[in-house]
Design a protein around this ligand. Structure first.
Ligand SMILES: C[S@@+](CC[C@H](N)C(=O)[O-])C[C@H]1O[C@@H](n2cnc3c(N)ncnc32)[C@H](O)[C@@H]1O
Length: 213
């Protein structure tokens, strides 16, 4: 059984997000950086007709609030380890159940949800613990959809250096696939997020979709 252990220094990371929470909602940042992956996740959820959905590392709650408004499922949960980010989320929508929980210990009963989604947060999680937790709370056949940056070139090497990895690590797509499958999922789709007007090469993020076995 996996330990529900966060990544080293995750407390520092989430304290940092407490401070960044207000800036995070800046419309230009949201439009250019965060909206395209959110569009992809909404499309996946609509396709799969998921009824009980968890957004893990939900931040200020923009995606979870959109899921509630656009898809009107039975239940939407937004989970984050940063109280500052969640404060913004709570002010945003009363249609989402906001939960102060880490990805590695989400506090749901077994097989409680149909879909787990996460955008631009998985790099902060302890990957194996978080994936074990997603597997535990999902029904068999449940949907997992994760968007993660795939930094390449020199920038990537700097980001993947050992000290930085203690705060965040971005598994490249092949490693992401292997991690997800080792946790008891079957990967059904993996491709770059479609972005306009910024070409994906400038913000190289990748969507990975899987089914819980
Ligand atoms: C870049 S923000 C992304 C927010 C949101 N998903 C979005 O796309 O707008 C990353 C979020 O991950 C959260 N986070 C970091 N480590 C976490 C953990 N172990 N469990 C849950 N949330 C975590 C941070 O507090 C922060 O709100």
């Amino acid at each position: 059984m996996q330990q529900a252990s966060p990544r080293a220094f995750n407390g520092l990371v989430t304290q940092g997000w407490n401070r960044a929470a207000r800036l995070y909602n800046t419309p230009i940042l949201q439009r250019l950086a965060y909206r395209p992956p959110q569009d992809e996740i909404i499309a996946q959820l609509a396709l799969n007709r998921a009824r009980r959905i968890v957004d893990v590392g939900c931040g200020t709650g923009i995606l979870a609030a959109r899921i509630a408004a656009d898809l009107a499922p039975e239940a939407v949960y937004g989970c984050d380890a940063s109280a500052g980010m969640l404060k913004q989320a709570i002010a945003r929508s009363g249609r989402v159940e906001w939960r102060h929980h880490r990805a590695e210990d989400l506090g749901f009963p077994d097989a409680a949800v149909d879909a787990v989604v996460s955008t631009h947060a998985f790099h902060f999680f302890d990957h194996r613990s978080a994936l074990a937790e997603f597997h535990r709370i999902l029904v068999p056949g449940g949907l997992l959809a994760i968007v993660l940056n795939n930094p390449t070139g020199r920038f990537a090497r700097a980001l993947q250096s050992a000290p930085i990895q203690r705060l965040a690590y971005f598994p490249p797509p092949s490693e992401m696939r292997a991690l997800i499958e080792a946790a008891g999922f079957t990967v059904t789709e993996q491709r770059p997020v479609q972005r306009y007007p910024i070409p994906p090469v400038l913000v190289p993020d990748v969507l990975t979709v899987a089914r819980r076995d």
